[in-house]
Design a protein around this ligand. Structure first.
Ligand SMILES: Nc1ncnc2c1ncn2[C@@H]1O[C@H](COP(=O)(O)OP(=O)(O)OP(=O)(O)O)[C@@H](O)[C@H]1O
Length: 601
């Protein structure tokens, strides 16, 4: 062998080792904490195999002795030669079958528990990884994709664990049966073992085809779930504009796209084990021919060997079924692993300092780009102190919401920094910052649950008094008390009983409930009638001295309480000052003011 050859072989070996490691790294999320169960499974399978082989040998020997009218059963099992009286033989056979039944129950139980643990574990891992991933990753996740991962993909992945458990059991049982048959008749067992292996390899291309169709199915199923999600999301618009033929046709295309890979996957996963079974019977006949060619065999041994080989073939078929079940689900497992990797590769950045009080908050020469080539903020600088309110105005697309995302630490500046008490906010512990900051978005999201749940929003440390106090400050308490169950009234995203204005005030109460020191409001009064707007403005005036307020506004009325206003144009600070200053220096501000005056006339 040349040096080059041996080097090549070493490389190949190394690559195989590396790829096994990669494969295991991909699979390990599915089996974390299941090692003990896998060992138990192997132990149970070996024991069951031994018991089953003994029962089969016993049945064969009993059949022969009964047909000969003998008072005892003679049997040889490898080096072991036994002669037992008939009643003892029956008792032993019955005991062994009972033991086998009990072992089989445990054998079925272990993969089921392993799979349910994997399912729960994966769901927790995926949820945790998603929650801890950067905002930029969360926002790029398509609607419905996370739901599909959590339900369909993880269920399939967990099913594949059952497939794996069954595969391991069947492989061990197959090996035990062949080994037992080997002791009885080496020729027949050898022929069968080799033939089963050859057949298994011969069917691999079909298995690979199955995996290809399964991959397409997993992708199409994901797209389908997303489009189903859309049907509900845009139900109102569809009702109003009418379901156009294009919309209906597109949905039908999605349904059709799932149908074909679904049919092919189901067909192949049914056909493969069935095909295996038919060819296996053929192989059994071949094994017997081999026995007859090899010479005479003892009758009892031959009967036992036939029974063992039939059982071995059943296990071989179960291996094929398990491999098919895993092949079919590999694409779903990959979806889960890819998502886990995507979330974990992009974690939220965190600082280490605790924050006690927020005295000042500022942006210092902040630039930001969503995509490397297009900056949307250019050297933005402004600041605000405790007890002050600052307004941010500007035309659509000027960068106001981007500023909010930077203040909330959802995104990080490309250059410059957001400073808290003069220090970079990135140095502060995220949880510490979150306790100090509250936010009311432009479109308020309610969650399924009671009014109280919506205001508390999973912050268990807030008691009922704090929830109620916040509702009072958001000027929604009196209305809540008129609802059928007060704070226990069930509300959710689609409950019609809640008006847009009420929803906005519930979200304001949610923001106020944690006693924030920084309050960021994105057009907080957009859905309110003039009376509610007045009431909320009064409330904000009340708390202004205790907090640091940042108000994003399209309407100048919202800005009446602001000490200074930043005018943003094209991602730059175009002017900054009081209302009076801006009337003098900012064209945009004057223009908006004139329009507002005209509208109010
Ligand atoms: N996720 C994103 N990916 C890429 N570009 C974005 C993203 N979000 C916003 N932009 C772009 O950044 C710029 C600033 O958007 P931003 O939402 O901050 O403006 P805005 O002043 O809040 O607008 P509006 O008043 O209409 O809400 C816009 O050109 C917008 O197209």
């Amino acid at each position: 062998m040349s040096q080059h050859d041996s080097k090549n072989r070493a490389n190949k070996g190394f690559r195989a080792l590396a790829s096994t490691r990669v494969a295991w790294q991909r699979l390990s999320p599915f089996f974390r904490g299941s090692r003990g169960r896998i060992v138990l499974l192997v132990f149970l399978a070996v024991t069951t195999g031994l018991v089953e082989a003994s029962v089969l040998a016993l049945i064969a020997a009993m059949t022969i002795s009964l047909s000969e009218g003998a008072a005892s059963t003679q049997m040889s099992f490898g080096p072991l030669d036994l002669e037992l009286p008939q009643p003892t033989t029956f008792a032993v056979a019955i005991s062994l079958t009972v033991i086998r039944a009990v072992l089989q129950i445990f054998l079925a139980r272990v993969p089921a528990y392993m799979s349910s643990r994997v399912m729960a574990d994966l769901r927790i891992q995926l949820f945790d990884a998603f929650i801890k991933s950067a905002w930029s990753v969360k926002t790029t996740e398509r609607d419905g994709a996370f739901q599909t991962l959590m339900t369909q993909s993880i269920t399939n992945a967990a099913q594949s664990v059952i497939g794996l458990g069954n595969g391991v059991t069947a492989t061990i049982m197959f090996a035990m049966m062949v080994a037992a048959a080997f002791m009885q008749n080496a020729v027949a067992a050898a022929v069968l073992a080799v033939a089963a292996l050859v057949l298994f390899v011969a069917l691999r291309p079909l298995s690979r085809t199955l995996r290809r169709h399964a991959k397409r199915l997993s992708t199409e199923a994901m797209e389908f779930t997303e489009s189903v999600q859309d049907v509900v999301l845009v139900a109102e618009e569809t009702e109003v504009f009418g379901a156009t033929p294009t919309y209906v046709a597109r949905f039908q295309d999605r349904v059709a796209a799932v149908r074909q890979p679904h049919a092919r996957t189901r067909f192949l996963s049914g056909a493969l084990p069935a095909l295996y079974q038919s060819v296996a019977l053929f192989m059994l006949v071949v094994a017997l021919i081999a026995v007859s060619v090899a010479g005479s065999a003892q009758l009892a041994a031959l009967a036992a060997v036939i029974l063992m080989l039939i059982r071995a073939l059943t296990y071989a078929q179960q291996i094929q079924t398990a491999v098919t079940a895993i092949d079919e689900r590999v694409p779903f497992m990959n979806q889960v692993v890819d998502a886990l990797q995507r979330y974990r590769d992009n974690p939220q950045q965190d600082g280490s300092e605790e924050l006690t009080d927020v005295a000042t908050l500022s942006l210092a020469d902040v630039s930001f780009a969503y995509r490397p080539e297009t900056k949307v903020l250019h050297d933005v600088s402004f600041g605000v102190s405790k007890g002050e309110a600052i307004g941010v105005v500007g035309p659509s697309g000027a960068g106001k919401s981007t500023i909010v995302q930077l203040l909330l630490r959802l995104r990080e500046p490309s250059s410059g920094a957001v400073l808290v008490n003069g220090s970079d906010v990135r140095g502060i512990k995220r949880s510490s910052w979150q306790r100090k900051v509250a936010y009311v978005p432009q479109t308020s999201q309610l969650v399924w649950g009671t009014v109280r749940d919506n205001i508390r929003f999973n912050r268990d440390w807030l008691n009922d008094d704090q929830v109620e106090q916040a509702a009072r400050r958001a000027r929604i308490h009196d209305e809540i008390m008129t609802w059928p169950n007060g704070y226990n009234t069930e509300i959710g995203q689609r409950v019609g009983a809640i008006s847009g204005g009420q929803r906005q005030r519930i979200c304001l109460a949610r923001a106020l409930a944690g006693d924030p020191q920084v309050l960021v409001l994105d057009e907080p009064t957009s859905a309110l009638d003039v009376r509610s707007e007045d009431a909320v403005s009064d409330s904000l005036h009340e708390i202004k001295s205790e907090v640091l307020l940042v108000l994003i506004a399209h309407r100048l009325s919202t800005l009446s309480m602001c000490d200074k206003i930043v005018v943003m144009v094209d991602g730059r600070v175009s002017a900054i000052g009081s209302h009076a200053d801006l009337m003098e220096h900012s064209d945009f501000f004057r223009e908006v003011n004139e329009i507002t005056q005209r509208q109010n006339k």
